[in-house]
Design a protein. Structure first.
Length: 148
């Protein structure tokens, strides 16, 4: 019984140490689309977020101001451009989302920050909008956006 309690206490102590020492670095931030734009820095050799790091989770909460689906017959796929009330850059999602989302809908977009490098250029990106196999950006996965 004592040995079991000591074992559990040891496990708890190790977990607390790992979290407090910074080994678990994931941070969650909640922003509007405009805050995403305002935090983005494009440099000559790198593009990154001033306040986010690889491993962080970004939750974008905003209201749809405009939603525009587009079909590309050459590539045979659809995307949806969404602008938000707060401003910022439009977000591009895979597929036609116009049946699921409308102007005025409050949405939550969950994005995971990653760091990528291509041809010596370092960049922070969203895992949901990075094609790792072809090493290039892609529309955000449609599963990343939900109604609030």
């Amino acid at each position: 019984m004592i040995r079991e309690k000591i074992g559990k206490l040891f496990v708890v102590a190790v977990v607390v140490f790992i979290i407090s020492s910074g080994c678990v670095k994931e941070e969650k931030k909640i922003w509007t689309a405009k805050e995403v734009k305002d935090d983005w820095v494009m440099g000559e050799n790198a593009s990154y977020f001033k306040s986010l790091d690889s491993g962080d989770i970004l939750i974008v909460e905003d209201v749809i101001e405009n939603i525009t689906p587009r079909y590309n017959p050459i590539a045979n796929y659809s995307v949806t451009y969404i602008n938000f009330k707060s401003g910022g850059y439009p977000f591009t999602f895979e597929g036609n989302l116009s049946q699921d989302f409308k102007v005025g809908d409050k949405v939550i977009i969950t994005l995971h920050i990653i760091e990528v490098e291509k041809n010596g250029y370092k960049m922070e990106s969203f895992a949901e909008s990075w094609d790792a196999e072809n090493e290039k950006p892609k529309p955000i996965d449609r599963d990343a956006i939900k109604h609030a």
